[in-house]
Write a protein that binds this ligand. Structure first.
Ligand code: ADP
Ligand code: XUL
Length: 595
């Protein structure tokens, strides 16, 4: 028996999951920052001061010891752990001091805990900026202006400048905390902070997570010199090392098929002496949490994950580098020459809940009591194929939306299914059941039109009745409708809270039109499991000298019951919704003008 471990260092907790060679979960432990480490006084893991959000680094260091103690207490034989990797919140940055390397290398069981040995001296800044930080508008503007605007920034780094991205965060430290910055000898993301801790040495950035910095030239696969130079130029009295040197040089490259995945090092003796972890255990570079989530499922080119949580997030694997200021592209952490696209919507479950509540009021008399979160009436409408919503469309944005980028708005329209022309704006449809079906259809259609440019075109492969020469425009992309509908996902995987709801999932699936079927995955530990799988796959490749393609490896080895097939492709439904795309383009065009 051999185990691999996957850590998940997220905003509120540090988790660790162990899987065996058959990819069965054997242990699962966690440390909840607020509850287990109350002396840091964090609220949901962070300190909030207006727009500024930070996490104490000491809390993460202390959590590492505690999670290891809990792993030992779980009864898992740590002597059998051969590989470790993991997942961390993205974009956060840890500032290490001049003494960091020596302190990491000198970690010893007999010298006290990790906190005792590292926290007094290894960090030049006690906290790490957290991804929820909103305080870097000035720096984002400076950085975007320096490369020619949001579109060029997205073209170079995979995303336009975002408050939470590490480049703007580092620039803010340069500008507002010059002393702390100059005394910094290394800057890591949270991912290579964790890798460094476990290896007992500073480990370079992991390349796919480095794409969340607004500093990395994704096509060139190197730091973008003009952006690095811009940050350098803002240092008032440079005394310490250059930024590139602080970033530990170029990141560890995503492996290619000709070589085996890079190992960051062996587990530090501190962990084997103190917790009995196998001293030969290999540590593989940790990555960002969204990237790790992708590694929890056997997803290849054209496969899409739709996370139906509080907000809706779409992750997909693509060969196409097609950046946009409206979403993010990262190098894929395990599949060479592939990217992960991430599209985040603000309005997901909360908007659906509002319609559900209205419907519950509308269809029950005051004497009939319905639980506030009863989805029956809503689901009944969403699943009802005979409920005719074919000429109806709506945007239901109780919060300002990211894609399309518009302020809060609700708008219902009737449209002509032949031309897509909007015939009329209405305050209400004939009844609230229509809203239930239309909100799900419209949310799914918005996902569909935005993932299309990232998918491979399969011209002529599908029979559609849409007009050949119509053009549509979404955000920054204008394209021919026929080209858009030809680009279909292969498989869709549904995750997150509302993926438990069959009516919502089935309707989304009909609109998205995946050609190879639709699946649900209900793994609450997807990030940590993604880390385990990355570790196991890397270890196997190293051991056998033969690196199987990552999604094939999972396909072959994953326990079958981890994924449930929810529906087959439905060609008629796919083509039915093709006829709503022009109308959505027109409606969004109007919203854009009204901004
Ligand atoms: P988060 O995105 O905050 O991590 P979850 O993934 O758990 O949270 O998703 C929470 C959302 O899932 C809630 O807002 C809720 O509306 C939705 N949800 C949970 N169960 C259902 C259900 N049976 N039907 C529809 N929506 C559901
Ligand atoms: C992604 C992002 C969040 C964090 C959460 O861009 O900011 O998903 O990674 O941990």
């Amino acid at each position: 028996m051999q185990y691999s471990l996957g850590f998940d260092l997220s905003t509120q907790q540090l988790k660790c999951v162990a899987v065996d060679q058959r990819m069965r979960t054997c242990a699962e432990v966690k440390v909840d920052f607020d509850a287990d480490l109350p002396h840091y006084n964090t609220n949901k893991g962070v300190y909030i001061d207006g727009d500024t959000v930070n996490s104490p680094v000491g809390q993460w260091v202390e959590a590492m010891d505690l999670v290891m103690e809990r792993l030992v207490a779980s009864g898992l034989d740590l002597g059998l752990v051969v590989a470790v990797s993991g997942s961390c919140q993205q974009h956060g940055s840890v500032f290490w001091s001049e003494d960091a390397s020596e302190l990491l290398a000198g970690l010893q069981k007999g010298k006290g805990s990790l906190v005792d040995q590292l926290v007094p001296g290894a960090f030049s800044r006690p906290t790490a900026p957290n991804w929820q930080d909103h305080s870097t508008q000035k720096q984002c503007q400076e950085m975007e202006a320096s490369v020619g605007g949001p579109q060029s920034m997205a073209q170079i780094t995979g995303s336009r400048a975002h408050f939470r991205f590490t480049g703007p965060q580092i620039l803010k430290v340069i500008e507002t905390e010059p002393e702390a910055y100059e005394s910094t000898h290394a800057i890591t993301l949270v991912s290579n902070f964790a890798t460094s801790l476990l290896c007992g040495k500073l480990v370079e950035l992991e390349e796919s997570d480095a794409c969340g910095m607004n500093l990395y030239d994704i096509k060139g696969r190197t730091f973008h010199k003009p952006l690095i130079d811009l940050l350098e130029s803002k240092r008032v009295a440079p005394t310490g090392p250059s930024l590139l040197s602080k970033l530990l040089g170029e990141p560890i490259k995503v492996q290619d098929t000709r070589s085996t995945p890079v190992c960051a090092g062996h587990i530090a003796p501190y962990f084997s002496e103190r917790y009995g972890i196998n001293p030969e255990c290999q540590v593989y570079p940790f990555t960002g949490d969204n990237l790790a989530t992708l590694c929890s499922l056997p997803m290849g080119n054209g496969d899409v994950m739709v996370s139906l949580g509080t907000s809706t997030t779409v992750l997909l694997v693509t060969e196409q580098y097609h950046p946009s200021p409206n979403y993010h592209l990262f190098l894929h952490p395990t599949i060479p020459d592939h990217y992960m696209a991430m599209i985040c919507y603000c309005n997901g479950s909360l908007a659906r809940e509002q319609v559900r509540n209205l419907l519950n009021v509308a269809c029950h008399s005051p004497s009939q009591r319905v639980h506030p979160s009863d989805w029956h009436a809503f689901n009944d409408a969403v699943a009802d194929d005979s409920l005719d919503t074919s000429g109806e469309l709506g945007v239901y944005f109780p919060l300002g939306e990211i894609v399309p980028s518009v302020p809060a708005v609700t708008s219902r329209v009737l449209f002509d299914r032949g031309s897509g022309e909007i015939l009329e704006h209405v305050h209400q449809f004939s009844d609230t059941r229509h809203d239930a079906k239309v909100i799900v259809e419209s949310q799914a259609l918005s996902c569909r039109v935005r993932i299309a440019p990232l998918l491979t075109a399969r011209p002529g492969s599908f029979h559609t009745t849409v007009p050949a020469n119509t053009m549509v425009k979404f955000d920054y992309d204008s394209m021919c409708l026929l080209d858009l509908v030809d680009r279909r996902p292969e498989r869709c995987f549904f995750v997150g809270g509302a993926s438990r709801n069959n009516a919502i999932v089935q309707r989304f699936a009909k609109v998205l039109g995946a050609t190879e079927g639709n699946y649900r995955s209900e793994n609450p530990n997807a990030c940590a499991i993604g880390g385990c799988y990355k570790a196991l796959w890397s270890y196997e490749a190293g051991r056998s000298g033969n690196c199987t393609e990552f999604s094939q490896f999972l396909h072959k080895n994953m326990p079958a019951d981890d994924i449930a097939r929810v529906s087959d492709p439905d060609e008629a439904a796919w083509d039915h919704y093709n006829h709503s795309i022009v109308a959505l383009s027109n409606l969004e065009g109007e919203l854009g003008k009204a901004k």
